[in-house]
Design a binder for this molecule. Structure first.
Ligand code: B12
Length: 424
């Protein structure tokens, strides 16, 4: 009997070890994928990717430092241009700030010049947040969105900059009035980012006067995130789960409370759901039980430097011989609908399908804008859905909203894609 008990205990223990080493293996391999994305990136260096690499337990310090230099040169001049043109880029500035802080870089040495006046990055972030706040006062919404507003609060706060009470109050009010929307649904991502931002404000004691309001907002966010948990474990959808876990951790929840969500994240990660570097950058900290708040205490000392990128053989994917029929319906802001059809190789991306359609049909045109998530569909048949007018081209397939953009969504079977100029 004792012998049997011992055998089962040994088996159990080794099972645990297996799981632990499987997880370590998964984390290291995701981390390597994120490092590889640095070389593959065609556009601007991505500050969110840098942040995730720096928050990880594993590092390739040479590659990270090379990337830091690219951020300080290329991303810096892109932000400089936007600021000179008077554009609100608070989310990007906040991510840049978080990325630099995660590398323990001296932020006081980073400056931007607008109208002959040179000011530090943090001063600019503060100014941008004031403008966003003023916009909320007059139009009940930020210039950008509450996700970026939260990023701004978070970035100031983790750098020890006192967040103006009026600024954090606007976020608290937005939580109370449930103003966090993504299209026509609630934005789990925004609740998560607001949760991390407000938790930082609470920990720093910046909001001592209205402590009760702040606590109510934090518990509402927690309740929203837990209520958004689906039966398959995801919180919101596959792409908000990482941020939601980060927020729950930051707000003091125990891992056991969302074990199913962690498992859902790992299962998705194993099936390569997070091939987009931006998606990977938001889940990797969560899988290591860290949140963006961890940046606050980062000292960059005695870091691991064991991640080595083995060369991998390039995989050439030939277009499938099998064709599938795609119907593309374009619905303009005036509700006028035009329908097109195109046959595409099975497994094509929606972007490839739209390119084929454009080549075959002189009446169909489209344009994209680059973003951290990839190409954002901005103009269709000459009609622009302007973010400044709070409009966008909403994507759906057979009536269900797509959870990925035109480059990542793959067409595996015949379907009807609807592209609708929608207000938000
Ligand atoms: C706000 C927001 C929007 C707003 C953006 C406008 C605005 N000013 O508010 C609106 C409502 C227009 C929007 C639209 C869509 N969105 Co959106 N969006 C977000 C959100 C909450 C914040 C983005 C942000 O401000 N980031 C901060 C700044 C610094 O980064 P940025 O890259 O410069 O930001 C720009 C881009 O992200 C772009 N953008 C927004 N959404 C998407 C989606 C895709 C696929 C792309 C390429 C770009 C893009 O708009 C941002 C502002 O200019 C994120 C959540 C998240 N976790 O990131 C989801 C998120 C990025 N969106 C998502 C999706 C699926 C969409 C749509 C495809 C939905 C649909 N079915 O139509 C469309 C895009 C369609 C198109 N035309 O290409 C997913 C993307 C997942 C993925 N794997 O690709 C996210 C992660 C939400 C989620 N959890 O599902 N979105």
């Amino acid at each position: 009997m004792l012998y049997l008990l011992l055998i089962s205990l040994v088996a159990l223990a080794s099972g645990d070890c297996d799981t632990e080493s499987d997880n370590t293996e998964l984390l290291r391999s995701l981390n390597k994928n994120l490092l590889r994305s640095l070389d593959a990136q065609d556009g601007l260096p991505n500050p969110s990717v840098h942040l995730a690499l720096r928050l990880s337990n594993y590092h390739n310090l040479a590659k990270e430092s090379e990337h830091l230099n690219r951020l300080k040169n290329n991303l810096h001049s892109d932000i400089q241009n936007s600021l000179s043109n008077g554009q609100s880029v608070v989310g990007l500035v906040a991510l840049y700030t978080l990325a630099l802080k995660s590398s323990c870089y001296d932020l006081n040495t980073i400056t931007f010049t607008v109208g002959e006046k040179s000011q530090t990055l943090l001063t600019h972030l503060k100014l941008q947040m004031e403008q966003e706040k003023e916009h909320i006062v007059f139009s009940q919404r930020p210039l950008t969105n509450y996700y970026q507003y939260s990023l701004g609060v978070l970035a100031l706060c983790v750098n020890g900059i006192r967040v103006n009470n009026h600024v954090s109050n606007k976020l608290i009010k937005a939580v109370a009035h449930e103003h966090f929307q993504h299209g026509d649904a609630e934005s789990t991502d925004t609740y998560a980012m607001a949760g991390m931002a407000l938790q930082c404000v609470k920990d720093a004691g910046f909001h001592a006067l209205n402590a009760a309001e702040l606590d109510i907002a934090l518990s509402k966010i927690k309740q929203k995130l837990l209520a958004a948990q689906r039966t398959d474990g995801h919180i919101g959808n596959e792409f908000s789960t990482g941020l939601a876990i980060q927020a729950l951790l930051a707000m003091g929840s125990q891992v056991e409370e969302f074990a199913a969500s962690m498992e859902a994240l790992r299962t998705d990660a194993r099936s390569n759901k997070y091939h987009n570097p931006m998606a990977l950058s938001q889940i990797l900290p969560a899988l290591q039980q860290k949140s963006y708040l961890t940046v606050k205490g980062k000292d960059c000392l005695n870091e691991d430097d064991t991640l080595v990128l083995e060369p991998i053989d390039p995989v050439v994917v030939l277009p499938s011989e099998t064709k599938v029929a795609v119907t593309v319906e374009v619905v303009t802001s005036e509700s006028a609908a035009v329908v097109y059809t195109v046959d595409v190789p099975k497994g094509s991306s929606l972007l490839e399908a739209l390119d084929l359609l454009k080549g075959n049909n002189a009446h169909f045109t489209f344009e994209t804008e680059s973003s951290l998530w990839g190409p954002f569909l901005s103009v269709v048949n000459g009609e622009q859905a302007r973010q400044s007018d709070r409009r966008y081209w909403h994507l759906s397939s057979d009536g269900s909203a797509l959870t990925e953009g035109i480059r990542d969504f793959k067409i595996e079977a015949a379907q009807k894609i609807t592209i609708k100029n929608t207000s938000y």
